[in-house]
Ligand binder design. Structure first.
Ligand SMILES: [Zn+2]
Length: 127
């Protein structure tokens, strides 16, 4: 959420004691588990400086989990196509499309390189 003068100094990683997942927020945000939405029962497991590298690290963890979740969805998809409720809805195809998009996003994030800003206005942006 964009707010004026919003300059966090730290990224704090919490572990939710409700569901076991960890989630990271800046010190300016009220802790709330991304997974089970609990706002209590958590412990601080890591506190690091709010840097581009720290953000990229968290993004990598998030996209890894996203891929795992999608693989899980794929593995437990319904296989009995005769019992399709809606003939026009191809959930399997849709899931494959989502997985392909998620994979692309994951690959982009995994290959993110943090370059130091070069003060050259003619330099092309790579993304
Ligand atoms: Zn939780």
């Amino acid at each position: 959420m964009a707010r004026k003068n919003y300059k966090p100094k730290y990224i704090i990683t919490y572990q939710c004691l409700n569901c076991g997942f960890d989630f990271a927020l800046t010190e300016k945000e009220k802790p709330k588990c991304f997974y089970c939405e609990s706002t209590e029962n958590y412990i601080v497991i890591k506190k690091e400086k709010f840097t581009p590298q720290a953000i990229v690290n968290r993004l990598r963890i998030s996209t890894d989990r996203m891929m795992e979740a999608l693989k899980g969805a794929w593995q437990c998809r319904p296989k009995d196509t005769d019992k399709k409720i809606d003939k026009d809805f191809d959930g399997e195809k849709l899931l494959l499309e989502v997985m392909a998009k998620a994979k692309k996003l994951k690959d982009k994030i995994q290959s993110l390189k943090l370059e130091k800003k070069i003060k050259n206005k003619n330099r092309h942006k790579t993304f």
